[in-house]
Design a protein. Structure first.
Length: 152
């Protein structure tokens, strides 16, 4: 199985867990004399099975990521950490640029005037650079995911 297939399977299992949560909540309580829509014991058994499957997949995915060489002497795990860091920084810079954009909603000269404390054009260039780095790294990661076999 390829790493990308395992990632897709993990996502499917996580969705199944959420559906099981909803089904269990719906079956947790009934009016006296009524039957639950589904047997909670069977749903719990299925939840345990799916959770075990997720745990196994995550362990194998993490092992594969940490042992797989990527680029420039790094591992796939290192690349994922760098990608996450790039996205976090980009998000903060985007929030900064949005907050700094001066919108004057003044109706008279006596109202408060706001000024930007940062260079928005420079911040936007930083955002563009981070976005490009993210796209390039993510493309490499995605390509690797489809070429790497999942380790046991």
């Amino acid at each position: 199985m390829k790493l990308a297939e395992a990632l897709n399977l993990r996502a499917d299992c996580q969705k199944r867990v959420e559906k099981l949560r909803q089904r269990l909540v719906n079956s947790a309580r009934v009016q006296e004399g009524d039957e639950p829509p589904e047997d909670p014991a069977q749903l719990i058994a299925e939840l345990e099975r799916v959770a075990s499957e997720i745990e196994s997949l995550v362990k194998r995915i993490n092992r594969t990521n940490s042992l797989t060489p990527f680029q420039n002497g790094t591992t796939l795990s290192d690349a994922l950490a760098t990608r996450d860091s790039l996205m976090a920084k980009r998000s903060v810079y985007a929030s900064l640029a949005e907050a700094a954009a001066v919108r004057q909603d003044r109706y008279s000269r006596s109202e408060v005037k706001y000024l930007s404390t940062v260079n928005i054009a420079e911040i936007q260039r930083t955002i563009d650079g981070l976005s490009q780095q993210y796209r390039l790294l993510d493309s490499g990661i995605q390509a690797a995911n489809w070429s790497i076999d999942l380790l046991d």
